[in-house]
Ligand binder design. Structure first.
Ligand code: COI
Length: 350
């Protein structure tokens, strides 16, 4: 792989103790082009702008998908990746749904490893911080008309980040707008899903809530997910999360946490989950925890949900499962907790 580095890195100008989420990018990016039915050799180059034709198909018809991953550092300084192959499979599932070319898993892993290895000095060692990795692919052909592009770019850039949520999150169960419907593109990590969430999220913020809790598109009765994470409830010692139904993002943190919980002996129920069931649990005093999972959010506690006329107030300082999961995943990401699953991949610094 061709690698062109910057003359002077900006890393020494960064205050790693005060990292905002998503505002600082590292020095380099990886770019590979898809042309004539195949991926060309990718290369790493200094982070720079692209020049885009006004008729770029992604801008008009939305062929654009992405992933979110994190790299951390082992106590011995080795960069570590979390479930890199799962992310390769998920970007390919998104690609298929959006009629875009898939990326060979080896190419994906090699590209992620190369950029993280090169930017290893940017991985923040502080607890709760990480190097966020943003692989994405978008159509690059210029054409006016609705059909799949014949050309694409696969790009990876990285950002040192602090926590996405630095305090517990409040949610409003949506009763008017819809994120996704089975058969739509809700399972794909495609840009339009996030664009569609902006207006309802703004309305929720105006009403004093941090995020929208999406409900099913037919009756607004069954919980789907939160704009930035999958959602879990602990009720009477059992853990509930909405089952994947064709409209919910296949969260890699979600899947990992379900496995961890089951292996620790918890009963996890990943099925259709009604808001009424959660409200009843709250009213009868059996709702013990509410938290979200996601790459950016990791494990983020929820302290309030507006559920129609009921306002659920719950105190995260009483939670036991969410902090245990967070400590386990954070520990795996620094090597202080064993990884019996093979989720962690070590990367060579370049
Ligand atoms: C992620 O968790 O990586 C996402 O893409 C969600 C977004 C809120 C940053």
């Amino acid at each position: 792989m061709k690698i062109t580095t910057v003359e002077t890195s900006r890393v020494s100008t960064i205050d790693f103790n005060n990292l905002p989420f998503g505002q600082i990018c590292t020095d380099h990016m990886y770019v590979a082009d898809y042309r004539n039915g195949k991926w060309e050799e990718g290369e790493i180059m200094p982070l720079q702008n692209f020049s885009i034709h006004p008729a770029n198909l992604a801008l008009h018809y939305g062929q654009s998908i992405f992933e979110g991953m994190k790299a951390s550092k082992h106590h011995d300084g080795t960069p570590l990746l979390f479930r890199v192959e799962e992310h390769a499979h998920r970007i390919n599932a998104s690609a298929e749904r959006m009629c875009m070319p898939t990326i060979p898993v080896d190419m994906f892993v090699e590209a992620i490893s190369a950029i993280v290895g090169l930017e290893s000095a940017w991985i923040p060692p502080q607890e709760g911080s990480a190097l966020y990795i943003r692989p994405f692919m978008f159509a690059t052909e210029e054409f006016v008309g609705v059909r799949p592009s014949e050309e694409y770019k696969f790009v990876i850039f990285t950002c040192p980040v602090g926590p996405y949520y630095s305090k517990p999150v409040s949610l409003r169960a949506e009763d008017k707008y819809v994120r996704a419907t089975p058969g739509g593109v809700g399972e794909a990590k495609t840009c339009g899903n996030y664009a569609a969430s902006l207006y309802p999220a703004m309305k929720a913020k105006e009403a004093g809530y941090d995020q929208v809790m999406w409900m099913d598109p037919y009756e607004f009765k069954y919980i789907q997910e939160v704009g930035t994470m999958n959602i879990f409830f602990v009720i009477d010692g059992k853990v509930y999360t909405p089952g994947l139904n064709g409209a919910i993002l296949h969260g890699i943190t979600r899947k990992s946490m379900i496995q961890l919980l089951e292996d620790k002996g918890y009963k996890v129920i990943a099925e259709k989950l009604s808001l009424d069931f959660v409200v009843d649990a709250y009213e009868s005093g059996t709702l013990q925890e509410v938290f979200g999972t996601g790459t950016a959010a990791v494990i983020s506690t929820v302290n309030k949900i507006a559920a129609g006329d009921t306002i659920i107030n719950i105190d995260p300082s009483t939670y036991k499962i969410a902090p245990m999961l967070k400590a386990t995943i954070d520990g795996m990401r620094t090597g202080s907790v064993a990884d019996p699953y093979g989720w962690i991949t070590r990367v060579e610094s370049l």
